[in-house]
Design a protein around this ligand. Sequence first.
Ligand SMILES: [Zn+2]
Ligand SMILES: [Zn+2]
Length: 305
Amino acid sequence: MFIPVTDKIYLVAPYERGNFPNSFSFYIDDEVPTLIDTPLTFWAQAFQAEMGARPVKRILNTHFHRDHTGCNHLFPDAEVYAHPADIPPMLSRENFMHFYGLDRYADRNVVEGLMSWIQWRPSTVTHELKDGQIINLGDIELTVIHTPGHTPGHCVFYWEKEGLLFSGDIDLTSFGPWYGNVNSDITQLIESIEKLINLNPRVICSGHKGVIEHNVRDQLNRYLDRLLEKEENVLKALKKPLTLDELVERKLVYGRWGKPEEQFHYFEKISVMVHLRRLQELQLVEEYQGKYRAVNQPPCQCAHM
Ligand SMILES: [Zn+2]
Ligand SMILES: [Zn+2]
């Protein structure tokens, strides 16, 4: 699919649906022909066919995940921009595994399954993105907004004049925000989504949902609510002390697991660990004798004054 969004911006997809592991890229046909993200290598041929002979001078990557950087290598002469916090896993397989926690928390099955499926390969990066930086493409000027949480270096790109935001994986899907890497950070993710709610864009070009033009702010609010609901459910479950494994089995993050189950189990576990880290920082949960439990808040501070 190669679908116009404006007279210079096109949605590019090797497959008509954008839900993971598919994704949407956006092509900007300006003085500096630019791609926002590229899909998984798995789609390389179809992506190339959609792009045809169109030139690409620059790639702006919202973050390091393979469904957003997988086909960077098809454009060896293009400049590639990424945030410094997300560059290490684009350059080295070891760093990629480390960001996913695969070197510490996964068994061999999960590691082999995931790594062969996503076909990791290095991507060159030529330029670093900075929060507030203006990227001039000709008619279109994009402001870089650093929106960490999903990954440490996740960025979105805002065409202020038209109120149009390329939002990467702050993607407004009904699943809600994803935080299944060991260095995902829910507090940062909440702040990043709030930043976009305050920005109040007119249009969002999402990496998995495509072009969203209606009720954008409401959809951002609902998206944030999905995350807060999951956190609330974790807290509720911990009224009774549970081990990490017991909490994972409740499937509070994914709801249900697809296939292969060991991969869903793995990402459920990491997501729960990310929740627990934040809830412990907030002193809402404590670890006690190998189990986690919600901390009872003192009923009334004033009684002790
Ligand atoms: Zn992602
Ligand atoms: Zn994605």
